[in-house]
Design a protein around this ligand. Structure first.
Ligand code: NOJ
Length: 755
């Protein structure tokens, strides 16, 4: 840390603020911020609310033209409070030094970046990792992502994404925890704990961001950035609980969402940002806009120009303008003309300065910029080992007819465009995960099974030149020249492993799809191979639930392997060989067809449910059954588990009491295995219509072969509470049903009464 101390003393001598601090002999926290605030001009205050995306070149020589010139000048003059996409300890240090030494008050910058599922060591995409239902694991992977990011000079991530979504067409489902509010809440809290640790000023932790506030996962038709229509009960009961829990967990920041809700863009939504977040929930962190979302109030058609957009956003409670230029261009004039009160700006600035203080920047602006630490931390072997563990725990076994798995065959064909693909498993939102750096399935398998005779055929190509900024992900749709070779190798093999799915950039932001089957020629290839060899294990890699009707009916074994990150091939080989017994469960329903969407387990009954066979006038489609292909919570194991009936400690519960739900789960196989035991509850009659069941607890545990274990869940009043007809939160007396099972459909039931 030699270099640091030199620059740190420079900072001391150029910073008015710190000189003051020394005089007052280490003031209490708030005084520090108030002291600083009192020295700031209006321009400097507004600067703290301005966030730019900058690369390393910005403060270096020769990049002082056009928009870069504006950003350069603003950095120099204290008109930027935080930046995104500035990476690396060296670059960060140089830019920080420039800002600290050149600007009048020398207030350090915060650096930020989308660290979504790893920084350099890539972990499974969040949707995939959510399938592990392993909160400790997710906390650990977030902690490693934070450690790597912080070592590379990043202090703040725009994660976790807490958007509940029931629409797999929406490409961003890959970034969240799936369709369920309870699971999403628990996972969100775990990820925040992982990123932030116990002390934000620790250089192994970074600030997290609860995004996107709110409703973004309900974009109409699953089309990204689209409008959202929601009832207020749905907002309160389904969408907001993960955000409320994040605020309670101490998440450092919130990000608002691109969408409107019933006509009011989230970025200017006073009810969400002010009344709820900042007042009712007493949240004292900063709210950052999404990229340009304040400026987008103009195309949304609620603001006539950028000045009005700025006025609406700051009044609603958006503190930081990310790449929108609306605050830096308009807030001063808005204050001077009396259109807004300066106290609004002060409040926002306090929140930004608080984050700087919490990160430790006001004491040492250079603490995140240490090149030695950067070298030592990135891609550390322990991180890669954790990635492999997270990968295998995220895999979901969807089908295993005739016990095709674990692999026994000695002569195996590996076919498919993803089998040797070292890039797709890295997934979208890959931060600094290097292109082509994943272990492919073929590499994983051949290393795990040196005595097996493997043959390979690509069969067909998948994407052509896709990357995160490609206008569209182009899928190969006509070249069948590889089919022949695939059929030949399949014919000669005992068993075929087909590796099919979506390339990395087919899910993620702006990657919505109108059809969600296997893209391109893959299903056709699968059918051709199936004609000559029916012993097929289908390994899927994808960023969203897919429609798999033909595959589910015909293919004997199916493994959902998402985009698993750096060690994907090893993780999948661990499961295929039985070295690891699969334990993942779907965090999102797999529909049978696109027309079924939205299909999710915790729907309402409707006034017209199906009550007897042969009904006509009930809520359904004529051409497909109502049940999904694979329900929420579903996932098989190489073990088999038998559930006893459920027992309750009592049949009536008074307010304020608890009830214990008990069940025995027996591993009836001869292999040890982990099971996720799931607890669901239904409130039979409510003041508003209630879901047919809702997840309220789960336990993931190892059950040894032949062993039977008792699992207990405690249900308290909180588990039965919801936002009622009058929008107050609480319980309603009456009958409740309890369901315990291996997924959301396959359950044992009991009932009790709440008095
Ligand atoms: C837009 C995305 O919606 C948001 O999630 C992300 O954090 C920002 N861009 C910054 O990259």
């Amino acid at each position: 840390m030699k270099g640091n101390s030199v620059i740190y003393s420079l900072f001391l001598s150029t910073s008015l603020f710190l000189t003051n601090c020394e005089k007052t002999n280490e003031p209490v926290k708030n005084n520090k911020i108030e002291n600083l605030l009192s020295q700031m001009t209006l321009d400097e205050k507004i600067g703290q609310l301005n966030q730019y995306s900058i690369g390393a070149e910005l403060t270096g020589p020769g990049a002082k033209e056009g928009i870069n010139k504006i950003k350069y000048d603003h950095l120099k003059n204290g008109k930027v409070g935080s930046v995104l996409n500035l990476l690396g300890a060296k670059n960060g240090r140089e830019t920080q030094k420039f800002v600290v030494e050149e600007s009048r008050l020398g207030i350090p910058l915060i650096t930020s970046y989308d660290v979504i599922h790893g920084y350099k060591t890539m972990f499974p995409i969040p949707l995939g990792e959510s399938a592990s239902w392993d909160l400790e694991l997710m906390e650990n992977t977030a902690a490693v992502a934070a450690k790597e990011a912080a070592a590379a000079g990043v202090m703040w991530t725009f994660a976790p994404m807490l958007d509940i979504s029931r629409d797999p067409r929406w490409g961003r489902v890959m970034e969240g925890a799936g369709e369920d509010t309870y699971l999403g809440t628990e996972i969100g809290k775990a990820r925040i704990r992982g990123f932030q640790g116990n002390d934000l000023s620790d250089v192994a932790t970074i600030a997290a961001c609860a995004k996107h506030f709110a409703g973004y996962g309900f974009s109409e038709g699953g089309r990204d950035y689209n409008n959202v229509y929601l009832g207020k009960h749905q907002l309160l009961n389904t969408i907001l609980p993960p955000f409320k829990a994040a605020a309670e967990t101490g998440v450092a920041t919130f990000m608002n969402a691109f969408n409107d809700i019933d006509g009011v863009p989230s970025t200017a939504n006073e009810y969400l940002l002010k009344d709820l977040l900042k007042e009712e929930w007493a949240y004292d962190g900063a709210v950052v806009s999404d990229w340009g979302s304040i400026a987008e109030l103009v195309p949304h058609g609620v603001a006539k120009d950028s000045a009005e957009a700025a006025q609406m956003a700051i009044t609603a409670g958006s503190d930081i303008d990310m790449e929108g230029y609306t605050y830096i261009r308009n807030l001063k004039q808005l204050v001077e003309s009396g259109a807004i009160n300066e106290s609004l700006i002060d409040d926002a600035v306090r929140r930004v300065l608080k984050l700087k203080e919490d990160l430790g920047l006001l004491d040492d602006p250079y603490k995140y910029f240490d090149e030695d630490r950067e070298k030592e931390v990135l891609l550390n072997p322990t991180h890669l080992a954790l990635s492999r563990e997270a990968g295998r725990k995220s895999i979901v076994l969807l089908k295993n007819e005739g016990d095709l798995l674990p692999l026994k065959a000695k002569n195996i064909a590996v076919i498919g465009p993803l089998a040797k693909d070292k890039d797709s498993p890295i997934g979208n939102w890959r931060a600094q995960g290097e292109k082509g750096s994943a272990i492919s399935l073929y590499e994983g398998l051949t290393e795990a099974l040196p005595d097996v005779n493997f043959s390979y055929a690509q069969g067909c190509k998948l994407s052509i030149g896709a990357n995160d900024f490609a206008h569209e992900v182009e899928i190969e749709n006509s070249d069948r020249s590889g089919f022949k070779e695939a059929v030949e190798v399949a014919k000669k093999s005992e068993l075929v492993i087909m590796n099919l799915g979506e390339p990395a950039y087919m899910s993620g932001e702006a990657r919505s799809r109108s059809e969600i089957g296997l893209p391109g020629l893959q299903l056709e290839l699968l059918k051709e191979v199936y004609k000559v060899n029916k012993n097929i294990v289908l390994v899927l890699m994808n960023g969203r639930p897919l429609t798999l009707q033909w595959e589910a009916e015909n293919i004997p074994a199916i493994l959902e392997a998402w985009h698993l990150g750096s060690m994907a091939g090893h993780a999948i080989a661990d499961v295929l060989t039985g070295k690891y017994n699969p334990s993942g469960k779907l965090p999102m329903t797999f529909p049978r067809s696109v027309g079924q969407i939205p299909t999710y387990y915790n729907h309402k009954m409707t006034g017209r449910p199906s009550t007897e066979p042969g009904m006509v006038f009930y809520s359904h489609n004529m051409d497909i059954e109502n049940s999904p292909q694979y329900p929420f919570g579903f996932g098989l194991s190489y073990s088999t588990f038998e559930y006893s009936p459920v027992s309750l400690s009592k049949n009536e519960m008074n307010m304020g009491e608890e009830i214990t739900v008990s069940i025995h789960v027996k591993n009836t196989s001869n292999v040890d295995g982990e099971e996720v035991v799931q607890l669901y509850i239904r409130d039979v009659v409510g003041s508003i219509t209630r879901p047919v069941k809702e997840l309220k607890g789960f336990k993931k545990l190892m059950i040894k072969a032949g062993e039977s274990v008792q699992i207990d869940f405690e249900i308290g009043e909180e588990d039965l509470a919801f936002y009622r007809k009058d929008f107050t939160f609480g319980t309603e007396p009456g009958d409740f049903e309890v369901f315990v099972g291996t997924n959301s459909t396959d359950v044992q039931t009991a009932t009790f009464k709440l008095n």
